[in-house]
Design a protein around this ligand. Structure first.
Ligand code: ADP
Ligand code: MG
Length: 873
């Protein structure tokens, strides 16, 4: 260490003066004649020579000062100041502060410290195998530009073959207990930790002098600790607090940490500390309450303050500070083991930031812009990997699977269409064509998603396809999530097959087995209904018919996939509300057959393209994007809780005019039991206090299918005016006379689901209304609910919902096959499109990802698939 020469000023002293001047002149680069860069150039040799801390010098030296924006200049200068202040405190002549402060021995110890920092029992740790050219403060500053990262990486680049898939307890300070806690965040290896990205960052990158503090404004202060005290706080003095007085050259500041008694021990008077938080005014004085803090000893880079500080997802017993420290350590010591995944021709499409740099910037970004670049790069990686997985899976599934080719019998189709009481929309026609094309091809079997809003007429499209199958002597099945819906489909199908007439129905058996004479195919077609509550004798009859092939169409719930059910000639398996079923259940339906059936999945939850490509990249998609003519928009309003009485008044008025209405109870996620109980109470209240003169019905999830059916039927037949219901009504029946819906606790539902609810009204000729009530809507909730007022397109609503709530909430938690995307957003259309293109290109070139340059990619895809399988199991 160069000792200070009192006679002529060192460059450090000069620079310190220049920086003070610069600051006072607003960082206009006017402190040095000819510009600061000139000064730096002049002194660069001396700087490099006099400091062992080359990383720091390099870091601060990276960009001409003249080219920096003002904010950058300020940060740059602050970093210098930290360095220079340390420098001057180390070179203080013995005297005044020295005895208590004793920073010097600490500094001289640094070499020992960083040696100690390497755990002896970690053989593959880079720090050990690496020759240590800079023993002093070698890891003092994060390399902050890509240059530094690269040189770092090259320095370490793995002749040692750094293995990242090792347990996270290789990190110092991570013991068994902490490992278990990290496991709750799905972190078990070092790689996992590097890929556990912060939820957000707190911007503490600007230092403020104490005299310049402003109440309620985020700040970071670097100061000396004057005094520290333990305090008793809270009621009865049970809480142990720590209070401290900090000071810089502009003033003093009081800090209180609630419930953090240990700080009174760790914080030493006269040490230097950085604190970040929002000052508040207490008894006319500015105080910082429980700020983030960081004791500044010189070998350590601030990671909790003074920068963009990462905020990680937390789990009990694992503090943000801990996570930051572990991640920081992992970055310092293991990042060089991350190898670039993307082949060089693909990298530019990701925005081009190298992977190591992206991971570093994702955790500890130097600027918001660099964070954004890092996020783009990592989001690209996620979507690219996912697309590779999806395309690979599709290819794999289609291998060696022979489907059954189904010829389109145009006459049968036409007869069916003309027997319907309405005309197909163009969209319906298009979807039928898509399906027929798939089925005519036969191999590979169809795997198609049919999406379309509530009421867009999916059932009848599916029925047309089923009819083609039946006409050629095969079997078909429709699986739905609830009994009410199964029954409705059963009735719809029977009715539609029979044209509008009822005569062909075998009345005696009509609630579980119907036979319709179809002239166009010249024989009788039988349709069965199988649910959990189908009685044993009927079930036996149905399963026997199904097994012998005499039952043509089977409609049912999960009961269809019991092992006792077989449909040897099943060649078209339709799943309605498909997102309610797991992957395994959908394939179990196909396994009822001796063939490899075509799969048609239906969904009324409109899925934006980003998500459908993500979720269903291996499916073909047909969309009914057009409602049958004459459907009207449901007038929708969200109301403040104070308007509840008015809403009841409106409902009553509608009923008195002869209409009917729904009241939907709030979603209770914990359990069906609690939800049904709440619905019961609401029913009691409404039927006795609010609408004692009207007929009120109740529908909830704890009722058995029979009860539900009875309630639904009464409502359909107009015997009940108001139906109080939980979310089960979502898949309820068509009631043309229903014109008003009141949804309680509306903010708890997803927009797509609310949209589906409101699709229950407006089915007939009457002007219809939907009122949304919420007792304490958050700002986001208000925004979401008001979107419903003016958007009547399910797809658009789904986009809004996804952007506001993320895909997890969109489907409920961890829905079937939904991958866990950490960096990609649902709004990342552009990234998705380029990832998809890139994936297709790679698959074209090397479908099995066997070539050497794709080895890392193949491993990444395998990791991804493992994770997805785990989530789905
Ligand atoms: P989805 O399952 O898509 O919500 P459904 O298939 O249940 O919709 O159809 C809703 C209602 O609209 C049914 O009564 C159906 O008979 C009717 N329907 C279907 N297609 C048309 C059409 N093109 N024109 C008029 N009504 C139709
Ligand atoms: Mg439907």
């Amino acid at each position: 260490m160069a000792s200070s020469n009192r006679a002529s000023p060192t460059w450090q002293e000069i620079l310190a003066n220049i920086l003070r001047l610069e600051e006072s002149r607003g960082f206009e680069d006017r402190a040095v004649v000819g510009g600061l860069d000139k000064f730096l150039q002049q002194w660069s040799a001396a700087m490099k020579e006099s400091s062992a801390d080359t990383a720091l010098i390099k870091n601060l030296d990276r960009k001409p000062y003249a080219e920096m924006a003002k904010g950058e200049r300020r940060r740059w200068s602050q970093r210098w100041n930290i360095y220079l202040e340390d420098y001057s405190s180390q070179n203080e002549p013995p005297g005044n502060e020295q005895p208590q402060n004793q920073p010097s021995p600490k500094h001289k110890n640094t070499a020992t410290q960083s040696a100690r920092s390497t755990k002896p029992d970690a053989p593959v740790k880079p720090a050990q195998s690496k020759p240590s050219p800079k023993p002093k403060t070698a890891k003092a500053k994060p390399p902050t530009d890509s240059q530094t990262v690269k040189s770092n990486a090259n320095g370490k680049k793995s002749p040692t073959g750094l293995q990242l898939d090792v347990p996270v307890n290789r990190l110092r300070g991570v013991d068994t207990k902490l490992s278990a806690k990290l496991a709750r965040l799905d972190v078990s290896t070092i790689r996992d930790l590097l890929y556990l990205f912060p939820r957000r960052h707190q911007d503490y990158s600007n230092y403020t002098k104490i005299s310049k503090l402003v109440p309620d404004e985020e700040c970071t202060v670097i100061a000396n600790v004057w005094e520290v005290q333990a305090l008793s706080g809270g009621r009865g003095g049970k809480r142990k607090d720590t209070t401290a007085v900090l000071g810089d050259e502009t003033g003093n500041l009081k800090v209180i940490w609630f419930g953090q008694r240990y700080l009174a021990q760790t914080l030493k008077p006269n040490s230097r500390i950085a604190v970040s938080g929002k000052p508040s005014v207490f008894r006319g004085q500015l105080v910082l309450l429980s700020p983030d803090y960081e004791v500044l000893d010189n070998e350590q880079t601030p990671i909790h303050t003074g920068r963009m500080v990462p905020i990680y997802p937390l789990t009990e017993g694992l503090s943000g500070r801990n996570l930051r420290r572990f991640t920081w350590q992992a970055l310092q010591e293991w990042l060089s083991g991350i190898e670039e995944l993307l082949p060089s021709e693909i990298l530019p499409r990701s925005g081009g930031m190298p992977l190591q740099e992206a991971i570093r910037q994702a955790h500890f970004p130097d600027t918001p812009e660099l964070w954004e670049q890092a996020r783009n790069r990592l989001a690209f990686d996620e979507l690219f990997t996912l697309q590779l997985a999806v395309l690979g899976r599709r290819k794999h599934r289609n291998q060696d699977v022979t489907g059954v080719a189904i010829e389109t019998q145009h006459q049968v189709l036409e007869d069916f269409l003309s027997s319907l009481p309405f005309k197909f929309t163009n969209a319906q026609n298009r979807c039928v064509r898509d399906i027929m094309t798939d089925m005519e091809r036969g191999t590979p079997p169809m795997n198609r998603l049919l999406q379309g809003e509530v009421g867009s007429g999916k059932t009848v499209v599916a029925l047309a396809a089923l009819l083609m199958v039946v006409a050629q002597g095969h079997q078909g099945a429709i699986m739905v999530p609830t009994e009410v819906l199964a029954e409705q489909h059963f009735h719809t199908v029977s009715r539609l097959l029979g044209g509008s007439s009822d005569e062909a129905k075998d009345e005696a058996k009509s609630d579980y087995l119907v036979t319709v004479n179809l002239e166009s195919i010249g024989r009788q077609v039988s349709v069965g209904l199988l649910t959990g509550s189908t009685r044993a004798a009927r079930k036996r009859e149905l399963t026997e018919m199904a097994a012998s092939g005499t039952l043509d169409l089977m409609i049912g719930t999960h009961a269809l996939i019991q092992s006792s059910v077989s449909m040897p000639k099943l060649v078209l398996a339709v799943t309605d509300e498909q997102h309610r079923f797991g992957v395994a259940q959908r394939s179990a339906l196909r396994q009822r057959s001796e063939e490899s059936p075509h799969a048609l999945l239906m969904s009324a939850t409109p899925i934006p393209r980003t998500l459908s490509l993500t979720l269903y990249g291996d499916l073909d998609i047909s969309t009914i994007d057009e409602l049958p003519a004459g459907r009207q928009e449901v007038a929708t309003r969200w109301l403040a809780p104070t308007s509840r009485e008015a809403a009841y008044g409106f409902l009553r008025k509608q009923v008195l005019e002869g209409r009917q209405g729904f009241v939907i109870c709030p979603l209770v996620e914990e359990s069906d039991v609690i939800e049904s109980k709440a619905a019961n109470e609401e029913y009691e209240r409404l039927s006795t206090e609010v609408f004692p003169d009207l007929t009120v019905g109740l529908l909830h999830g704890r009722m058995n299918a029979k009860e539900k059916d009875r309630v639904m039927r009464k409502f359909r037949d107009g015997e009940t005016a108001i139906l109080v219901s939980t979310a089960v009504v979502e898949v309820g029946i068509d009631v043309a006379n229903a014109s008003v819906m009141l949804i309680e606790g509306a903010d708890r539902f997803g927009l797509a689901q609310l949209h589906q609810f409101r699709g229950r009204v407006g089915r007939g000729e009457h002007k219809s209304y939907c009122m949304l009530l919420s007792d304490s809507p958050s700002e986001v909730a208000k925004e979401r609910l008001s979107a419903l007022e003016h958007i009547h397109d399910g797809f658009q609503l789904a986009e809004v919902d996804l952007e506001l709530r993320g895909p997890g909430d969109f489907f409920g938690t961890r829905q079937s096959g939904l991958p866990n995307l950490r960096m990609a957003h649902i709004s990342d259309r552009n990234i998705l499109e380029s990832a998809r293109e890139a994936a297709a290109q790679v698959m074209e070139e090397d479908p099995e990802l066997k070539s050497k340059k794709h080895a890392l990619l193949a491993a990444q895809v395998a990791r991804f698939l493992d994770a997805v399988t785990e989530e789905n199991s």
